[in-house]
Design a protein around this ligand. Structure first.
Ligand SMILES: [Zn+2]
Length: 120
């Protein structure tokens, strides 16, 4: 049996093709909004690494000033996390900062040397 022959057709598209197209549109929509949240957070946090001043967006990461970031990000969706960060930054809580990937790894090594020894 050929694919699409038994599917519900809308126009020239099979049900599977429609579903696929909808999934793609939804993903593109989500990516667009996630990107906007990310850009907004970077803008609010000054667009550069607080340690070294590195400013290439592609390697800047949101860092928890007081740690605990991994646990927090694992407990919620990326979107929910970013909304939480935006709310916190807007309130001036001082809980988040931007670090470049290098400084973020260095900070992790400084805070938790034992756990990072296996990577050395
Ligand atoms: Zn840096």
């Amino acid at each position: 049996m050929k694919r699409g022959q038994t599917g519900i057709k809308r126009g020239s598209l099979s049900r599977e093709a429609m579903d696929e197209r909808l999934r793609e549109q939804k993903a593109a929509y989500t990516r667009k909004y996630q990107r906007q949240y990310r850009d907004l957070i970077h803008q609010l946090l000054g667009h550069k690494c607080v340690r070294c001043g590195f400013s290439d967006d592609r390697a800047l990461q949101i860092d928890h000033v007081y740690g605990g970031g991994t646990k927090e990000t694992r407990s919620m969706s990326v979107g929910a996390y970013r909304k939480k960060v935006i709310a916190s930054v807007a309130l001036g809580e001082g809980l988040y900062q931007l670090l470049c990937a290098n400084c973020n790894w260095i900070k992790r090594a400084e805070k938790n040397e034992q756990a990072n020894k296996k990577w050395a």
